[in-house]
Design a protein around this ligand. Sequence first.
Ligand SMILES: [Zn+2]
Length: 90
Amino acid sequence: MTHSKSDFLSHHEPVTKHCSKCGCRIPVSSPYDDCKECMKRELFPKVKEFINENEDVNEMILAEALGIDKVIIHEWIQEGHLEYRGHHKP
Ligand SMILES: [Zn+2]
């Protein structure tokens, strides 16, 4: 079904990429095989665990420890899904 008429609506991306987990479309430029949602589902618990186990955590450390882009971690924090331990106190 790749030869649809909607091809001209998309950008000039020669290849489409699909999430290896749920099959949804992901940007060809993405360095990952999974969409953000699936990555989140999979990595989020690990990130949380990591934060729980480590006192001094930041995006950089998390990204390196778990092998994910710190942009993604940053997004989760922005969305309020993650909190560093130091942030619990007002
Ligand atoms: Zn997916």
